[in-house]
Design a protein around this ligand. Structure first.
Ligand SMILES: Nc1ncnc2c1ncn2[C@@H]1O[C@H](COP(=O)(O)OP(=O)(O)O)[C@@H](O)[C@H]1O
Ligand SMILES: [Mg+2]
Ligand SMILES: [Zn+2]
Length: 511
């Protein structure tokens, strides 16, 4: 007896259809699974046998061969337990074909026959729907996550026995139907606001410029100066995500299993702040069952790396290519997986090892050599991808005790939104969206300087000893400052401000 049912596998953050065929014939009792990696097969077999037995479903003592196709696609994880068990049940019991047509089965089995929640249900449901399936059977724990997809019936399954009763038509499971209206309703609530940050006007301005142009930013300041506080508020001034962006973010978090409890849709821009002990795989993604890393979990949001020089050199090295490409590629035995990682990078560091170089209230005991060594832990190529570096001074006592509220995030965001709109229309059809993404030729085209600003830049070069790498960054940032100013042309003022944001170029050693 032959049966054929469908499931979905994951490649990166996208799903693909998997066919599960079971052939059951008389002969020596045996149970073979073809098309899964060896390591997972044995465990899967044991779980399926025990789950069926514990649900009072006879496991046929016959010659059983299960085949998962396509053979050349890597299939990882335990999500094929359910479809394999169903294929065996179908081959050995009386199940009406009409209950199986257009259906997809996904889920890991526990030994008692109940279903365990799995990661990646959202991209799987999306794939099932776009491949024309009408029904998807998922662990009940995952049903809510799948329910933001419209146009496919979602059947929450608690255990194998309940599913068999449904398939035999004796006790149907009530499906839920997804609804995507309202998914973006709670957009914009972050629980923090830039108004909480007292004083620090110049830092807030620099952050506004960074966000407006999509420029990566590095904050240098003593402990307690408010770097983390400011970083955490950056998502509140980023433009709202589009529906497509939010779905992409949710897919990544679905695959990684990091959707916050009680939520099914991630409409807020992510903020990720990995600890400096993180591994390369933790940051970029990977592992035996590949998962997106922090870089991708921050997709369309903010990746905050506090105490940047404390990260391992190899880990910082991993950032380089993905920051350039907007995705991480992970090599696997059976091909590569790509995870998107279009993020705003925000770094923070102390000015020196003791933390107080340049601080008015504390004495720094570091030698010039140790300061140089500390700062050089961040490699040139990484620095090349950071357009803006700024000093965060200690908060002034008067500012801290002032009753005056700072500007609210919504007000700052309005200016950011306007500057982003200007950039979107400037780059329409060019495949980029922000000033930070400009290539050398685009810089030439969109960052023409008048005589005054050219002179100023030249002066800065000779006086401040700017490095060559500073040049294109100053132009890009000046373009953003001009956009915030709603100015077609880059003026000397804009260049002057952009030069302020090259802290580490201006004087590598000093205050
Ligand atoms: N500008 C500020 N306005 C209000 N509170 C501040 C400000 N700067 C720092 N603080 C307070 O000091 C605490 C420490 O700041 P934090 O962001 O952790 O500093 P850093 O990351 O630079 O070490 C914050 O949680 C906040 O309570
Ligand atoms: Mg901090
Ligand atoms: Zn010091």
């Amino acid at each position: 007896m032959l049966s054929k049912i469908y499931s979905v596998g994951l490649l990166g953050i996208d799903g693909f259809t998997v066919t599960v065929e079971a052939d059951i014939s008389s002969g020596m009792p045996s149970f073979e699974i073809v098309g899964l990696p060896d390591a997972t097969i044995k465990e899967s077999k044991d779980r399926i046998r025990a789950a069926m037995r514990n649900c009072n479903l006879p496991f046929p003592s016959k010659h059983i061969t299960v085949n998962l196709a396509p053979a050349n696609m890597k299939k990882e994880g335990a999500t094929y337990d359910l479809p394999i068990a169903v294929s065996i049940m179908v081959a050995t019991s009386t199940i009406d074909k009409e209950f199986l047509d257009q259906s997809v089965f996904i889920g890991e089995l526990a030994l008692d026959g109940s279903l365990r929640g799995i990661n990646g249900i959202l991209p799987m449901a999306i794939a099932a729907k776009s491949n024309g399936f009408e029904r998807i059977f998922v662990p009940s724990e995952n049903a809510q996550e799948a329910s933001i997809i419209e146009g496919i019936a979602i059947y929450p399954v608690k255990n194998l026995y309940e599913l068999l009763e449904h398939l035999q038509g004796t006790s149907p499971i009530i499906p839920i139907f997804g609804n995507s209206s309202g998914v973006l309703r709670n957009n914009g609530f972050y629980g923090v606001d830039f108004a909480d940050v007292k004083g620090q006007e110049s830092v807030k301005r620099a952050v506004e410029v960074a966000v407006a142009g999509g420029h990566n930013v590095l904050m240098i300041g003593s402990p307690g100066s408010g770097k983390s506080m400011i970083a955490r508020r950056i998502p509140t001034i980023l433009p709202d995500m589009t529906n497509e962006e939010a779905i992409e973010v949710t897919k990544i978090h679905s695959v990684a299993g990091t959707i916050p409890p009680g939520e099914s849709f991630m409409s807020k821009r992510p903020f990720r702040s990995p600890h400096h002990t993180i591994s390369s795989a933790g940051l970029a993604g990977g592992g035996p069952n590949p998962k997106p890393g922090e870089l991708s979990l921050a997709h369309h949001g903010v990746l905050f790396m506090d105490e940047l020089p404390e990260f391992h050199k190899d880990v910082l090295e991993v950032l380089r290519q993905p920051m350039e490409d907007g995705f991480v590629t992970i090599s696997r035995v059976m091909g590569t997986v790509a995870y998107p990682c279009n993020t705003l990078f925000v770094g923070a560091m102390n000015p020196c090892k003791c933390g107080y170089h340049g601080d008015e209230e504390h004495i720094c005991r570091c030698t010039p050599q140790s300061i140089e060594k500390y700062r050089s832990r961040i490699s040139g190529p990484l620095m090349d991808r950071i357009d803006i570096h700024i000093t965060v001074p200690s908060v002034k006592f008067n500012d801290l005790h002032s009753k005056q509220q700072g500007e609210r995030s919504t007000q700052i965001k309005q200016r950011v939104d306007k500057a982003r709109e200007i950039q979107l229309s400037r780059f329409a059809g060019e495949g980029i969206f922000s000033n930070a993404q400009m290539s050398a030729s685009q810089i030439e085209r969109y960052c023409a300087l008048d005589e005054d600003s050219k002179n100023l830049l030249e002066l800065a070069y000779s006086k401040l000893g700017l490095s060559a790498r500073a040049h294109s960054r100053i132009l890009k940032v000046a373009r953003t400052i001009a956009d915030l100013d709603d100015s077609m042309h880059i003026c000397a003022d804009h260049i002057a401000e952009a030069i302020q944001y090259r802290r580490l170029d201006r004087d590598y050693m000093g205050v």
